[in-house]
Design a protein around this ligand. Structure first.
Ligand code: GLA
Length: 376
């Protein structure tokens, strides 16, 4: 299956871990629709690990846990589809999933058929307990092939955490997205680490196979399965901006049934999502700039309509001031052009003086800028 822009949706893991069931999924589907999330682009509802029984049935098929899902997975898929959403599930390239449920190793084709029968549209495929002998690229190719031959269009979401040089072979497997880093936790430290780890991997991101920086923690405030100390809304806004800017899939991880207005405002910022979903999916360019502060990242991306997106991400706990020479963006004075730039969270016009863009950033803050090329 070919997905042309980074997939968007919700995944159960970050908040609920093993505590998943039919009711939760139904309520989540209802709330996604009530809150208008599909119109913003969030279309997949994905059940992560811990949905099955610990044993396969007599035919070697995976069985949904009847206590958690008493009407079976087909009924869950039907409900999710009835809301206009797409339905995602989870398995693993190893003997067991990370939480110890049966994995798809040596059952790839039968599992892909089962998922197709249930009406699954998305498969997240993990890497725990995988064979120490068979290389990961073979394991992911197997499931990729199984999905392409199962009779249903199923998006393949690989999750080998960027290890074993995943970036070198993942595009050969049919995956539309691939986890490029380890697991996220609901802390600023974790967001910073994942952001930094991504720097070497930008060249591998792009159309058709997106670098997945892991599910979002926006709106968790320290509650749930990967919730530790939690983050502030300013930090969540910067986290979301980084993921959006870097072209990562945007999978919501909080309990959307009790979502704060602030979290909804962050996840629902259409102009920020539009940069993430830009159809050219160009990789981000790291800029040098000239800045004061402890830890500032500056990026640009050329967009489909000739605009330029500029991301300024203050990872430090002090204020920062960014100065960006337009030369670095391809617009020296000699071009007779400059930028008409707007910051997308505040709606403010961004100052440009002497071919230099200047912006002050609060601690942990960011600027997501969309700029038009105009005559001087
Ligand atoms: C791994 C993955 C997580 C989640 C868990 C489930 O750690 O990286 O995203 O799917 O497994 O057990």
């Amino acid at each position: 299956m070919m997905k042309l822009t980074p997939p968007m949706g919700w995944n159960s893991w970050n908040t609920f871990g093993e505590h998943i069931n039919e009711q939760l999924i139904y309520e989540t589907a209802d709330t996604m629709v009530e809150k208008g999330l599909p119109q913003k682009g969030y279309e997949y509802l994905v059940i992560d690990d811990c949905w099955s029984l610990k044993e396969r049935d007599g035919q070697g098929r995976l069985v949904a846990d009847p206590e958690k899902f008493p009407h079976g997975m087909k009924a869950v898929a039907d409900y999710v589809h009835s809301k206009g959403l797409k339905f995602g599930m989870y398995s693993c390239a190893g003997n067991l999933t990370c939480a110890g449920y049966p994995g798809s190793f040596e059952h790839e084709f039968i599992d892909a058929e089962t998922f197709a029968e249930w009406g699954v549209d998305f498969l997240k495929y993990d890497y725990c307990y995988h064979s120490p002998i068979i290389p990961g690229k073979y394991l992911y190719r197997r499931m990729g092939l199984a999905l392409e031959n199962c009779g249903r269009d199923i998006l393949f979401s690989a999750c080998s955490w960027g290890i074993d040089e995943t970036h070198e072979w993942i595009k050969t497997t049919g995956a539309s997205m691939w986890r490029s880093t380890g697991d996220i936790f609901d802390t600023w430290e974790s967001i910073k680490n994942l952001t930094r780890q991504q720097e070497k991997l930008h060249p591998y991101n792009g159309l058709g196979c997106f670098n997945d920086m892991d599910m979002l923690v926006v709106g968790m405030y320290g509650k749930g399965n990967v919730g530790l100390q939690g983050c502030s809304d300013v930090q969540y806004r910067t986290h979301f901006s980084i993921w959006a800017f870097m072209g990562s899939p945007l999978m919501i991880g909080c309990d959307i049934r009790n979502m704060s207005q602030a979290a909804l405002g962050i996840l629902g910022n259409e102009e920020v999502v539009r940069i993430n979903q830009d159809r050219l999916c160009r990789q981000p360019v790291k800029l040098v700039g000239n800045w004061s502060g402890e830890d500032l990242l500056l990026y640009s991306r050329q967009l489909e309509n000739g605009d330029i997106a500029i991301g300024m991400f203050n990872l430090g706990e002090g204020k920062a001031v960014a100065r960006l020479n337009l030369d670095e963006l391809g617009l020296p004075f000699s071009t007779g052009r400059t930028l008409d730039a707007k910051e997308l969270w505040s709606g403010e016009k961004v100052e440009i003086k002497n071919a230099t863009m200047i912006r002050e950033l609060e601690p942990f803050g960011c600027a997501m800028i969309r700029a038009k090329v105009v005559r001087l």
